[in-house]
Design a protein around this ligand. Structure first.
Ligand code: ZN
Length: 439
């Protein structure tokens, strides 16, 4: 059974522990994060050398940073990497110089429309440097002063890019993918929440015997997933569908970004579990802009992936700023989405296709004692009327072609309830399991 209380306290612990770490697409921050997470799931860590060609891309030099600051003419640190690691443009080149305001100004990034937020900026493939600060701080800078600027960073052509994966083996070789990214520094919803949810979900399902196998991938967004796909092409062909797990613990509404296919069973299952959870969820259109579905669903792979979100990236004002922090994100909010993903996983497992052994007319259930037995086998969250209704739907609908998801959509009954009904008919020898090679 899924233990909500235990997961809530683990989520809280991991949010606080991993939030301060400065991650990037390469470097020590990722290794620290992945090694912390591997205490909860058996992660296999992969290192791919800088300079390696992966499809149309090249793994960049490894970037690490120790410190960075701007001092005013009195020697006061007015911008300090130690206080917020968003203060430096990710991938900045090293520097120690005295600059006039107008020279420095070309390298400063602010958000005039969100004046108390430090923006998150990166420059992975263009060698440059920069600082990020709040617009209110920026307005206070003396336009006539000289500033001392220091960035202690290092680009290593002999470094590597780090990502991790894990596999839980089920009865079938076909895999369901859970993918998330680990490259954003000190940003809570985008995407520390995604890493923590993925790990907790995978940790839970690993304790169960499953029909499908489950693959967890934690990699830097874009280049990390391209590198994973490039280096694991044989295994990737086993992936039937999956989720790109991102931005799952904001204060706002639950949401769904469907797959490129749009009406694949993984989309329909996602809609079904969201409908079971709340009437107030939002469906976003599929666009080829977003997260790692851009790689997984590219023409060579076309893996259908969904994202079930809570304050989806782009959609909340704190997105990619210092305000995407632990005031915005809580373990309780993360648990809300984790529970939806647990239902999603359970529905994927329960979506089977059965066929009636004797297909003519209705079965006479009474003479087999199936009605009275039902009373004794009341399942979690379903009442007796729901169970009788589920029995009628499965008896009527199981024709070897119609899966339980389709019956759930027609009947508005949860797949799990239909699955339990089908199981009682199956155990009575009235149904055959035709799922066979899983879809
Ligand atoms: Zn992002």
């Amino acid at each position: 059974m899924f233990n909500a209380e235990e997961n809530l306290s683990l989520a809280d612990k991991l949010l606080k522990k991993l939030f301060p770490i400065c991650r990037s697409i390469t470097g020590k921050g990722n290794r620290t994060t992945l090694s912390e997470l591997s205490e909860y799931v058996p992660l296999k860590i992969h290192e791919v050398k800088s300079g390696t060609s992966v499809f149309d891309w090249t793994v960049p030099d490894e970037w690490n940073i120790q410190d960075a600051w701007i001092k005013d003419s009195q020697g006061n640190k007015i911008v300090d990497f130690q206080k917020s690691n968003l203060s430096v443009v990710n991938y900045s080149t090293p520097l120690h110089e005295k600059l006039s305001f107008s020279e420095l100004d070309k390298h400063l990034h602010t958000l005039p429309n969100n004046p108390d937020a430090i923006p998150y900026r990166t420059s992975y493939y263009k060698k440059t440097w920069g600082f990020c600060l709040t617009y209110n701080q920026y307005l206070k800078l003396d336009r006539n002063a000289t500033y001392e600027v220091f960035i202690d960073s290092h680009h290593d052509a002999k470094g590597s890019l780090t990502f991790a994966d894990a596999l839980h083996k089920g009865k079938s070789k076909q895999e369901i993918l859970l993918s998330t990214y680990c490259c954003h520094p000190s940003l809570a919803n985008d995407n520390l929440s995604g890493m923590i949810l993925s790990v907790l979900l995978f940790r839970y399902l690993s304790t169960l015997e499953t029909e499908y196998s489950y693959r967890l991938v934690i990699a830097p967004e874009t280049i990390g997933v391209i590198t994973y796909l490039f280096s694991h092409q044989t295994e990737v062909s086993n992936i039937a569908a999956g989720a790109v797990i991102t931005t799952v613990a904001g204060k706002g509404a639950l949401g769904l970004k469907p797959s490129f296919q749009g009406n694949h069973w993984v989309d329909r299952i996602s809609r079904s579990v969201l409908n079971e959870t709340t009437a107030k969820w939002v469906e976003y259109p599929f666009v080829p802009d977003g997260s790692d579905e851009r790689q997984y669903a590219s023409p060579g792979f076309r893996i259908p992936t969904v994202s079930i979100t809570k304050d989806k990236y782009y959609e909340y004002p704190e997105y990619h700023t210092s305000l995407d922090n632990l005031q915005l994100v809580t373990a309780e909010q993360l648990l809300t989405t984790l529970k939806v993903y647990v239902k999603w996983f359970e529905a994927i497992e329960a979506n089977r296709t059965y066929s009636r052994k004797m297909p003519f007319g209705e079965y006479q259930l009474g003479k087999r004692g199936l009605y009275p037995q039902l009373g004794g086998s009341i399942n979690q969250g379903s009442n007796i009327n729901e169970q009788v209704s589920a029995l009628e739907w499965t008896m009527f609908g199981c024709d070897g072609k119609t899966d339980l998801l389709s019956l759930s959509e027609k009947s508005k009954l949860p797949i799990k309830v239909l699955f339990n009904a089908a199981q009682s008919l199956y155990k009575a020898g009235l149904l055959e399991d035709k799922t066979g090679a899983l879809k």
